[in-house]
Design a protein around this ligand. Sequence first.
Ligand SMILES: [Fe+2]
Ligand SMILES: [Fe+2]
Length: 149
Amino acid sequence: MKITDALRAEHIVFHNLFDHIEKGVPRLKNLHAVQAVTAVLEGVLEDHGTVENNLLLEPLETSLGQIGHLENFHEEHEVIDLALRNIKSCRSLKNGKTLLLRAVQLSRQHFDKEERVVFPLIEKQLKAKTLAALGARWAQQRDVSGTIE
Ligand SMILES: [Fe+2]
Ligand SMILES: [Fe+2]
């Protein structure tokens, strides 16, 4: 499996998660519940971001930097992290909900950009063999058992 297809599959799960969070936030009754949802989102986004950083961005940084499209890429991961961290220190339910929905919106924008710009660019830059080798490393890092081709 190509690394980009593996990451697209992860994105589908995230888009579902974002939908559920957006639907569920208005019903959250207290700040603790908002922060619990935030902690789950933070954990899964961190794992996904680490996989992207290790398998895509670090190896490709030079060529992507030259292309210039993606200079804000790391920054976008950090902006989302910061938005989520701010919720931890938030003291009002209303603000907590607003910040959580904002973090989801930022994440959606980032994911959309990866799907529209980054993944196609990577597929153009790298050979099929390299994309498959990175896909195999993804399966290892994600601890996917069995063979994925
Ligand atoms: Fe990302
Ligand atoms: Fe992503």
